[in-house]
Ligand binder design. Structure first.
Ligand code: HEC
Ligand code: HEC
Ligand code: HEC
Ligand code: HEC
Ligand code: HEC
Ligand code: HEC
Ligand code: HEC
Ligand code: HEC
Ligand code: HEC
Ligand code: HEC
Length: 311
């Protein structure tokens, strides 16, 4: 009868833990139970690694100028208490192990970093697209040595870190027209916050146009005559990551303009197919900058007679 009761209790606990992730977490951390043994003990076995770590910002603060009890723990402020690990170093669950293939669940790994780094730029981390795709802080950061000059990244710079997973953007930035990212003048994080944001696509600003205005302020206006698709969204005409058409355009002119403007109302039959730059005998006025040979101020005009963006 007693064993039966225990079985019932165990099953109940197991079922309960399915619904309550916190119970599962409590069990996982129980495996890490133990006492803090100090950085010197860790270093006695992991000496090469400790040496590399000693040059990082964490080590400098934790070892020389700790601000609180957690920082004072050194290695164990991230890896958790080590007393059980040193009894059997091969047991996988006796110390927090980081990175994607590590046996410690990513949630547990990330919580360890978030003890000190919650809030700030990570205010939207929880349920961000990276968090919900099970990324670990350690997918992008390696605090064990200075692989990058700042930010403790796993690669030597920001763009290479993102390119590990975002191959499509890597190839886009190799296209004929691209902003100078590969040239080292900007990085993915000029526009994106990899830790989460409250806009689509992890943008740092409230919308696409504000992202662009950070550097192209002259396109912000206000204009006497605004071109509706420009105020709506720069991406109506531009690819942010790179394009094989000039000036990051989605498609070549005049087709770009003709997606929205039909022939109605325009003079001189400029829009009849034979006359287009793509036709067999293109009209001279549609060669080169095409429609913009005349409609030069396509982002908006401040000229009193600029309602058709010609000046
Ligand atoms: C007695 C020697 C010894 C001490 C002391 C020791 N470790 Fe280890 N540690 C090992 C060995 C050996 C392994 C490799 C075990 C294995 O193959 O999984 C290991 C593995 C690890 C790993 C996992 C490595 C991986 O590949 O993911 C971490 C993390 C770690 N130790 C951290 C620590 C920390 C933090 C301390 C101090 C609290 C510490 N160790 C103290 C011997 C030690
Ligand atoms: C700021 C948090 C942090 C601190 C402090 C820290 N580690 Fe780590 N450690 C990590 C992360 C994250 C990884 C995973 C790195 C990776 O492989 O990308 C890691 C990996 C490791 C590994 C396995 C990787 C390998 O290269 O073998 C060992 C062993 C280890 N740490 C030991 C230590 C020791 C010893 C100390 C103190 C001298 C220490 N760690 C301090 C976060 C930390
Ligand atoms: C005990 C507190 C603590 C823990 C745990 C901790 N950090 Fe830090 N971290 C700090 C402090 C303090 C600094 C330096 C001041 C600052 O930038 O806030 C810092 C700085 C950093 C920096 C900036 C480095 C630079 O070059 O400016 C990164 C990136 C970072 N930590 C990542 C991590 C990651 C990833 C983890 C988990 C594996 C982690 N930290 C765990 C306290 C902590
Ligand atoms: C997808 C990659 C990625 C992930 C995942 C990621 N980071 Fe970062 N992190 C970066 C990059 C890139 C920077 C540099 C940002 C910059 O310079 O604008 C950075 C900067 C930081 C910094 C220093 C500057 C600041 O924002 O305070 C800290 C601290 C930090 N990350 C902590 C974390 C923690 C903690 C986690 C996990 C909860 C995490 N990061 C997850 C890519 C990542
Ligand atoms: C370990 C792999 C990994 C790394 C490294 C990584 N990402 Fe991601 N990223 C993902 C995954 C997975 C998704 C979600 C699936 C998808 O849509 O591609 C995602 C989604 C995104 C999205 C949003 C896509 C959308 O549709 O909303 C942006 C923006 C992004 N990542 C930017 C970055 C930046 C910037 C960096 C470098 C700081 C970075 N990522 C590094 C894996 C990664
Ligand atoms: C000049 C600003 C800018 C830079 C730099 C930038 N992006 Fe983007 N990114 C955007 C905009 C704008 C969007 C689209 C947002 C939307 O559609 O709402 C976007 C969308 C994305 C998406 C979602 C899928 C897609 O293509 O719509 C991913 C993933 C992404 N960017 C990754 C990256 C990576 C990785 C880097 C660095 C190599 C990077 N971005 C650099 C502005 C930028
Ligand atoms: C961090 C700064 C920055 C941000 C944000 C930014 N740009 Fe740029 N952009 C540049 C720089 C730098 C150049 C190159 C200027 C030059 O070569 O004179 C450039 C060039 C361009 C060009 C001309 C490309 C060519 O082939 O000549 C276009 C079009 C453009 N950006 C559109 C955008 C759009 C659309 C956005 C918003 C999604 C945006 N930019 C956001 C910095 C930025
Ligand atoms: C209706 C289509 C359209 C929209 C929407 C649009 N652009 Fe453009 N943009 C163009 C065309 C076409 C060119 C090429 C102009 C040329 O050759 O003179 C261009 C060129 C540029 C250039 C490079 C040349 C220059 O004038 O500096 C930048 C930067 C730029 N656009 C930024 C933006 C920004 C920022 C937005 C959003 C506020 C935006 N564009 C919205 C059509 C558009
Ligand atoms: C995404 C759709 C879209 C694209 C692409 C586009 N436009 Fe427009 N354009 C509009 C809209 C909407 C208006 C406002 C129409 C209105 O007010 O009746 C407008 C207005 C205009 C006007 C003023 C018309 C008037 O009646 O006052 C001119 C000229 C013009 N666009 C030229 C161009 C040129 C040249 C291009 C290509 C470089 C272009 N547009 C690309 C949507 C677009
Ligand atoms: C040779 C110069 C020239 C070229 C090239 C040209 N336009 Fe025009 N466009 C004009 C003139 C002139 C007007 C009438 C301006 C006015 O009424 O003040 C005009 C008017 C327009 C209008 C407003 C029509 C309306 O109903 O008021 C639109 C839209 C327009 N053009 C789009 C285009 C597009 C798209 C192209 C490229 C396929 C193009 N234009 C090429 C000179 C040109």
């Amino acid at each position: 009868m007693k064993t039966h009761n225990i079985l019932v209790l165990l099953t109940a606990c197991a079922i309960l833990s399915l619904f309550l992730p916190d119970v599962a977490y409590a069990q996982a951390t129980q495996n890490q139970a133990g006492t803090y043994i100090g950085t010197q003990v860790c270093s006695s076995c992991h000496n090469d690694l400790s040496d590399h770590w000693s040059h990082t910002v964490h080590s400098k603060i934790f070892m020389n100028n700790p601000g609180n009890e957690i920082e004072r723990r050194g290695c164990e402020s991230c890896h958790g208490p080590g007393s059980e690990h040193i009894i059997d170093p091969t047991a996988v669950d006796k110390i927090i192990r980081f990175s994607q293939n590590a046996p410690s669940p990513t949630g547990e790994q990330n919580r360890s970093c978030l003890q000190c780094h919650a809030g700030g730029n990570r205010i939207h981390w929880s349920s961000s697209i990276h968090e919900s795709n099970d990324l670990a802080c350690a997918d992008c950061h390696n605090p064990m040595a200075n692989f990058s000059s700042v930010n403790l990244l796993v690669q030597n710079n920001i763009n290479e870190t993102c390119f590990m997973c975002h191959k499509e953007q890597r190839s886009q930035f190799n296209r004929r027209s691209h902003m100078p990212l590969n040239e080292g003048k900007m990085s993915c994080t000029d526009c994106h916050n990899p830790h989460g944001s409250n806009t689509d696509s992890l943008l740092k600003t409230d919308n696409v146009n504000q992202t662009c205005f950070q550097c192209h302020a002259e396109k912000r206006g206000p204009f006497l005559f605004e071109h509706a698709p420009v105020t709506d969204n720069c991406l109506n005409c531009h690819e942010p990551h790179g394009s094989n058409h000039e000036k990051l355009l989605l498609t070549a002119r005049p087709m770009l303009c003709q997606q929205c403007h039909t022939s109605i109302g325009h003079m001189n039959d400029l829009f009849t197919s034979g006359n287009l730059a793509t036709g067999s005998r293109p009209d001279i006025r549609l060669i080169g900058r095409s429609c913009q040979n005349c409609h030069t101020q396509i982002h908006g005009s401040n000229h009193p007679a600029g309602s058709k963006f010609q000046r």
